[in-house]
Design a protein around this ligand. Sequence first.
Ligand code: UDP
Length: 239
Amino acid sequence: MEKPEKLIVDGKRLDGRMPDELRSLRIEAGVLKRADGSAYVELGENKVLAAVYGPREMHPRHDQQPDTAVLRCRYNMAPFSVEDRKRPGPDRRSVEISKVIREALEPVLFLKLYPRSVIDVFIEILQADAGTRTAGINAASVALADAGIPMRDLVSAVAVGKVEDTIVLDLTKEEDQLGTTDMPIAIVPRKQLVTLLQMDGHLTEDEFKRALDLGFRGCAQIYEVQRQALREKYGVKEE
Ligand code: UDP
């Protein structure tokens, strides 16, 4: 990637956005016929599919838990999703991301309702431009709701960070790679509960607070689009 001289010019980012602006976001619920629940998310150049199967009997049976269902998440990048072909199959990064996505989603599910069962969430990254783990969480939570699985709330997620000296919302790959800090977060909006917070880089305490606040505001916008996608699928009238 050729390094641009500046990532922020006259207060605007290279793609024309203000620091507190999300990329264009589109969410559609129920896009896959054979999944119990599914969703498609486009966030800027990211294209992400989530498919949910279950709750169903856990196989292999020795992984069954007698008093609860198990949430299994698999984050996978298609070989053609990135500039340099991604070698197919799991790697350290996708194993880590699958784990943090599971932990981000678990708190909203009533897993105890389904002993010995499993809920499978498959997240497929078709095109990547930074923020795929958070786009994956947004897709997965709509797909879980589309599957009719009881949930306390949706989970909304976005990355915030620091580019040059500016705190920004929803970093592009260029900003992620050439900026100073990338901090993906996921929240349960109605409880204002943080279920994912990672940080690559450094922030001062004041910057961290401003970044978190910006992330919460970004998640509130995403939450509305997620709810709208479900309303459209299920024909629920605007409140
Ligand atoms: N990326 C890539 N090849 C890889 C992994 C990542 O080109 O093998 C790119 C991809 O665009 C991804 C971005 O780097 O979205 C940032 O990756 P990161 O690990 O920060 O996760 P993300 O921001 O996607 O959650």
